[in-house]
Design a protein around this ligand. Sequence first.
Ligand SMILES: *Cc1c(COP(=O)(O)O)cnc(C)c1O
Length: 372
Amino acid sequence: MSEHQITTQNRFSQPFNAGRQNWKWQLKNRLQSIEDLEQWINLTDNEREGIRKTGDLFRLQITPYYASLMDPDDPQCPVRRQVVPTLDELEDDFDIHDLDPLEEQAHSPVKNLVHNYRDRVAFCVVNRCASYCRYCLRKRMVDDQEHTMNRMEVKAGIEYIRSRTEIRDVLLTGGDPLLLSDSQLEWIVTELRSIPHVELIRIGSRFPVFNPYRITDELCRLLEANHPVWFNTHFNHINEITEDAALAMDRLSKAGVPIGNQTVLLKGINNTAEALGDLFRELVRIRVRPYYLYQANLIGGTRHFRTSIEEGMELMKALRGRISGFAIPDYVLDTPHGKVPLNPNGFVKRDGDHVTVRAYGGELWDEYNPQK
Ligand SMILES: *Cc1c(COP(=O)(O)O)cnc(C)c1O
């Protein structure tokens, strides 16, 4: 790989030897206690108490790889804040148990399959992840027996998809579907491929960020054999784009899988034009296309992460003209009625045969544009 391709090796990153550049090792050795975390970072009292008091509410688990990206001395580190609990999680104007703001449950005709748009479904085939984001949208599923999927239940979802000829696009999500073994995943993907009306298979996974070693040549071959397969991952900050993550994305790209990225707008982590611009520019350098920037959902225990929607719109305005057009994602609010784009709109007014628009630098332009 050319030396221009990747410059961002996080300065806190401690290189793993070959044995640890192994996705199963990473899962087996996840940090899940105060003692584990203290091996990596200097915990603040707020974090230590946060870990103690959120233990019953939401699982703590962090891969050693992701822990290696945390600043050991800075509690505001954008990597650390995404996965280390704090007492802030106990303070929210939303009930911490009100965890389904998108009414996904009501839109699930069969277990863990959300059918919200006519032609596509989100199928939550696993209810666990490689590591846990503190702002998780699907906290309600994690560690909940009700949401664990056995083979029969996955089969029921596949049969539902088979019975509905309008479903053209199946998004495998969770949890994180890459927590499945290659053979389990292969079974699901080949079953879906056997359905004539399923045109697209998509995988939504944060493994490239938490555990990039999961993107093995074997996995890439499996996906390549079932094209078209698209992939969406979830980078939130430039410090997450390491050489190992870039190599994983490169392997996937070479298997012909188009890769998109979904970022969540998070206060204190990426809510500046600089942070977002840096992230999106670096993503396109590793050939990952920024797809969505999500407004943070109203999940209990996440108030400290949420920005106002107006702030998000201002940030989008600041990005336009600053970075390549294809590095700019759609800013969306997810609702029970689907995703709503909140991008800046350059239309100002119509005046007779002319329309006035506003350019990114603020200049107004009159374009001749008769109505008929
Ligand atoms: C986001 C989402 C999709 C996919 O939407 P796209 O805009 O096509 O990426 C499908 N189903 C559900 C329930 C979703 O939340």
